[in-house]
Design a protein around this ligand. Structure first.
Ligand SMILES: Nc1ncnc2c1ncn2[C@@H]1O[C@H](COP(=O)(O)OP(=O)(O)OP(=O)(O)O)[C@@H](O)[C@H]1O
Ligand SMILES: [Mg+2]
Length: 358
């Protein structure tokens, strides 16, 4: 066995009665890796995490932690700690008591527990707050207590289930940096569930995209962005989402005719496909250039313009609609017709029927 593999899932199945929640899940997590599980609501992220923790019993496959089969090992004996979305702090206990509760349950002496609580408070930025009660803390501080409670046991791995979803947007951004920094400092192995693909992309070394109990693709964040294995992953990773346009390959197999309703446009592609093949072309909004630059350029009518100041989202009134992102305030008005340009190297191609990348 490869000793660097900390968590190994082989052919994991989970049935809740007749419902098939996890289907042949295979995943190897190297020691020290930060893995994000991402996917739409109900795809099985929490089920997979809870199975790792031992809170759900898997109905098939093998789960190994540090080389040992864990299928029937109870949660307490798995030496992994879980941090939840609802922090589940004990309201009648101080921060220190919350932090040391699990140590006391394991018979650690009072003085030793206190020393560890102080150490963890330094790591998590809670020094000076040890005597407070949860109600006297901000949301971010409570989240840190929840993390401190996991850290104090010095587990083999940390499992996070949407730990930041109760926090406001600004705090989420700073906490995700904190969690990642903590992971690095502790040389931890972490599995982090989120349905926020930005969180997954920015925090993780390895992203696992799930749908309906299946792993659709896994890999390094930017590899998923650059080479999505199918339409689902292509549409899920990246914001605003990739545009999908029905298209047909030209006679030479090196061009495509995009079917945008009233606009039918031939564009070049940078690899050869079967002439006449029906495909779905994927164009990321940030990869469509504005302005008519000759070859590969075409005109589209603008329906909506939305600016956030730093970037401008343009919706073209084509069928299907085309979303285009322009950096900055933007130069385009609704009602105008604009020229757009597609770089052949930035066109993703998917099989029309299966959605698999070509
Ligand atoms: N105890 C249970 N009994 C029956 N079905 C369940 C049970 N727990 C979860 N499920 C079902 O399994 C599927 C996966 O649920 P899970 O909680 O893992 O999804 P999730 O990806 O974490 O979603 P979310 O993003 O909404 O938290 C869902 O369809 C859910 O209804
Ligand atoms: Mg969940």
């Amino acid at each position: 066995m490869n000793q660097d593999i900390q968590i190994e899932l082989s052919g994991i199945e989970k049935h809740y009665g007749a419902f098939h929640a996890l289907k042949n899940v295979n995943l190897s997590i190297a020691k020290g890796t930060f893995v994000a599980l991402v996917g739409p609501s109900g795809c099985g992220k929490s089920t997979l995490l809870r199975s790792l923790a031992g809170l759900e019993k898997i109905t098939g496959g093998t789960l190994k932690i540090a080389g040992e089969i864990m299928n029937d090992v109870p949660p307490r004996a798995r030496d992994i700690a879980m941090v939840f979305q609802s922090y589940a702090l004990y309201p009648h206990m101080t921060v220190e008591q919350n932090l040391t509760y699990s140590l006391k349950m394991h018979g650690v002496a009072r003085a030793e527990a206190k020393r560890k609580a102080e150490e963890v408070a330094v790591i998590t930025g809670l020094s000076g707050l040890l005597d407070r009660y949860p109600r006297q803390l901000s949301g971010g501080q409570r989240q840190r207590v929840a993390m401190g409670r996991a850290i104090i046991r010095n587990p083999q791995a940390f499992l996070f289930d949407e730990p930041l979803s109760n926090l406001d947007a600004a705090l989420r951004v700073s906490m995700r940096k904190e969690i990642r920094a903590l992971h690095d400092r502790l040389h931890a192995t972490s599995v982090y569930v989120t349905h926020d693909q930005v969180e997954a992309m920015t925090m993780a070394d390895h992203v696992v995209v799930m749908r309906d109990g299946i792993i659709e693709q896994q890999g390094r964040p930017l590899d998923l962005y650059d080479k999505p294995a199918n339409k689902f992953v292509a549409g899920f990773i990246g914001s605003p989402a990739m545009n999908f346009i029905p298209a047909i390959a030209g006679e030479d197999g090196k061009s495509l005719t995009l079917d945008l309703g009233s606009v039918r446009q031939q564009i070049a592609i940078d690899h050869q496909i079967q002439p006449g093949r029906k495909v779905t072309a994927g164009l990321r909004p940030e990869h469509i250039g504005i302005g008519n630059q000759g070859q590969g350029s075409f005109d589209v009518p603008v329906a909506v313009v939305e600016s956030t100041g730093s970037s401008t989202f343009i919706t073209a009134a084509t069928m299907p609609e085309l979303t285009i992102v322009e950096t900055g305030r933007g130069t385009v008005q609704a009602g105008e017709t604009i020229g757009v340009t597609v770089d052949p190297a930035q066109v993703h191609l998917f099989d029309e029927a299966s959605g698999i990348r070509i």
